[in-house]
Design a protein around this ligand. Sequence first.
Ligand SMILES: [Zn+2]
Length: 294
Amino acid sequence: MIPQLLQGLFGGWGTAAQPNGLQSSGQKILVAQAYQAQEAPENGANAAVFRHPAAQRQVMLGGVLVGYALQRVRRRSIGFVVDGQGLTVRAPAGVALAEIERALHGKAGWIVRKLHEVRLLQQHREAGRIVWAHGAQLPYLGAPLRLQLGATPGARVRLVECGDERALQLALPHEAAAQQARAQVQAWFQRQARSHFTARLEYFAPQLEVRWQRLSLSSARTRWGSASADGSIRLNWRLLHYAPALIDYVVVHELSHLREMNHSPRFWCTVEGVLPDYATRRRQLRAQPAPLWD
Ligand SMILES: [Zn+2]
């Protein structure tokens, strides 16, 4: 009965469910959790499953089946990383699997919460994938912008406003490839980004009593900006998807680094001095993933 139950719970897990990969203590934990799932079918039936593509091992954490990648590393303690792929456990070479399992159960709440958060963010991103065709929409300065193809080739890319509707006219025929549309929009976004950011840097720098020297654009997936002690500011052109108030938060954040090169309480006081509601803006920015461009 126990093997059957395990089979049912772990079926479809490929190599991760290989019994020879599990130490006895690990098996005991799995069996105990399997019984629990049977006694509470409402949990068992809806049990969430998270599996790292490189998972060699698995564990039940609070009713959630987690397949994780175990890396043996030169370090002193056991560490956990949750990213878009799933859970990675980094453990010193000499640490027994039983100890790793104990550490996993000790951190179960945090791990499961992070896994859910990351999955939700990915689902939002997937839904927000931009379609590069006539009539498609993408967010620009926090509001929808519709793409229009069919203008005379060689014409300039133009932003046109018609009532509340805004459209971006691309200099491409209707049947243009998605790649071409994407390239034109990206070039336009980058031009707009440069002028928008420059205006906001010039607006906020005197308030913070700082001087910035150079603006460069970045396009990293996970970083909105950075500042160097020499006065260089780097801002991500993808920020142009967001409402101006949220872009302002990033501009003020980076300018404030020219006063405080850290995230100390003094740094946050500097930000707050210019944007008293910075915490709300920061939360909103984090809650809205930028749409995918490809
Ligand atoms: Zn910072």
